[in-house]
Design a protein. Structure first.
Length: 73
């Protein structure tokens, strides 16, 4: 953050808004595969980030990327 010519905080936020859901999808896809059950059995999504104030939130975006039901979000 303090390096010369480093991206501004706004630039970094813009990157995070796009990349956090993608990273979450990669991790969740691996976990679901390891679990060995169909996605239809998933009833809850626990997601934590300190990435900012994007809308819609990363947990909702991740739900959409994974093709999960979004009721209750």
């Amino acid at each position: 953050m303090c390096a010369y010519n480093a991206p501004s905080l706004d630039d970094r936020k813009d990157i995070v808004v796009v990349e956090v859901p993608k990273l979450g999808k990669e991790a969740a896809t691996r976990a679901i595969k390891e679990w060995g059950q169909p996605k239809s059995k998933i009833t809850h999504l626990v997601f934590c980030t300190t990435s900012g104030v994007d809308m819609p939130r990363a947990n909702y975006q991740l739900t959409k990327l994974l093709g999960l039901r979004s009721s209750g979000l």
